[in-house]
Design a binder for this molecule. Sequence first.
Ligand code: HEM
Length: 390
Amino acid sequence: MFDIHAPDHMQVWVAQTDEIRARGGIGWSDANDGYWVVVGYEDAVAAAKNWQVFSARHDPTGGDPRARGISIPPYEFPLILSESDPPRQQKLRLLEIPFFQPSKIRDQIAVVQGHVDACIDTMAGREEVDLFRDYAMPLVSLTSMALVGIDTAHWQDYTLAAHRGGPSSSLDISQDTERVHAMLLDMARERRASPQGDITSALVTGEVMGEKLRDDEVVSMLSALVLGGFDTTSSLITSALIWLSDNRERHADLASDDALATSAVHEFLRMWPPSLGGARNVVEDTVLGGQAMKDGDRVFLSWAAANRDPDMFPDPHRVMLDRPNAKDSLTFGMGVHRCLGMDLARLMARLSIQTLLRRHPQFCVIREKCVPYRSKGLVAGWSAVPASLG
Ligand code: HEM
């Protein structure tokens, strides 16, 4: 049975979702009180765009028992932005959008390249490095923290919260998450007293539907930015480097050709989406992909399976670095909740891959020592990627 929390989920999801596709495209899982499983590209897009029927809202008080957010089972604390619907969601999003405009991302190129170079420098001369702990994790942490205005001298406090104990993720460790939240709360209070030009200041000074955000709402928004980008972006980078270590033919092209490297990053995102999918809550009787669904049902939109839909991506299980439509993958979701950090994540991935290929063309991942995250349903990735730099 399809179950995003089954211990072997990472090994079986491709075969299971291909089977659901062969039987018509919408499956059913009895796990976690039952949910529909959407694997077709068109169906996933249709549901993700139709927030009026497939709601992301989360009401943890149980006042509306249908409003269970985007996680199966529901998160203990709702994510203020990701687990609300328009119009409120759009107003919340507006506070952050200015920091993710293309011009702002362009400004980040030099910053990210600086972090990439600094991380590579720390690995120089070592016989064995860990491309997760020594490279992907610090550079992603430093970039996301600088973005929200956290003093990057504290980066290890935040990152350890996201990755403590090896094959773990922010989803597992409420104690450390609480510590990070306390730090974010302090920062929010400081910015209320003296605003600066960063996202935190925009959140504490901005208004949503005529009201200022409460402290806990600001912390939820900041936490989604800081912790939400860690596992995902570092997992993208490490999955790509593992594949590149085994497939060396186009290293020189990738290192020198930004357009090819950009296209390759789209394809890596399509093949190994760090967020495998997200849930929605059906709030009126409807039909999706020929399947009748009832008010109160839950659905799991499998971004990962939609990315392997052969009607959209021919020969879907093969990596094609210049696949023309790889950028249309659903790895960053779709519709009103589409990832705000996607351009930044792609930039971090491209620069880290190209720089490693340029500075250490002989790098070689020690495959048998790599440690995948324990299966945890929503985030796929690596918590150890030992390698020699050659
Ligand atoms: C490879 C890296 C990343 C992946 C795969 C990813 C994936 C996603 C996905 C799938 C969603 C939509 C969830 C849904 O519809 O239920 C999302 C939302 C979001 N992501 Fe990302 N993300 C990544 C990196 C980042 C980064 C680096 C940031 C910020 C620095 C970020 C910020 C956000 C925010 C704020 C939302 C909520 C948007 C909304 O609900 O309006 N993400 N992300």
